[in-house]
Design a protein around this ligand. Structure first.
Ligand code: FES
Length: 161
């Protein structure tokens, strides 16, 4: 069964489509963003919903999802932490920071904590090499990270949750 958007998201979806009255397929990526915001991940049913709204095949939506690695296939935590592990960040301690994160969150690798509060993902360059090591928490960029900053950040996020 296809997922559906609740009324508020449906209004947002229709507003998106109005930007591309003759090419609804052009709304596919922002529609995927909308679906991920609503459902927390892009699964087969979310792909089908996006396909129907954008009037394309599910295969096209799936291919777009597969190309852009930032879309979630597995449920993510409320705070999704993307840690850059490219060269600048690695040289400045990203691997150690990932170890700290995993230890603090009780995760062996990438994944989501049992309470669904945090998830970790290794990602490629975040475009913040000059302020490495860098990470994203959802859409917020954190730069010049240290072990101390990571510990404080986790505390802050736990308090906010
Ligand atoms: S290498 Fe990490 S932000 Fe560029």
């Amino acid at each position: 069964m296809t997922k559906t958007f609740p009324p508020q998201r449906q209004t947002q979806a229709e507003a998106l489509l109005k930007h591309y009255p003759h090419h609804p397929e052009a709304a596919m990526l922002p529609m995927l963003n909308l679906a991920e915001s609503e459902f927390g991940l892009i699964d087969d049913e979310a792909e089908l919903l996006v396909a129907e709204l954008c009037r394309v095949s599910q295969v096209r939506v799936h291919n777009a999802w597969a190309f852009y690695h930032m879309y979630a296939r597995q449920p993510r935590g409320k705070y999704h932490i993307r840690v850059c592990h490219n060269i600048s960040c690695s040289l400045l301690g990203a691997e150690h920071l990932i170890d700290i994160l995993q230890e603090k969150l009780g995760l062996e690798g990438e994944g989501t904590t049992e309470d669904k509060l945090f998830s970790i993902e290794r990602v490629e360059c975040l475009g913040s090499c000059g302020t490495a090591p860098a990470l994203l928490v959802n859409e917020d960029l954190y730069e010049n990270m240290t072990e101390e900053k990571i510990k404080n950040l986790l505390e802050e996020l736990r308090l906010k949750a």
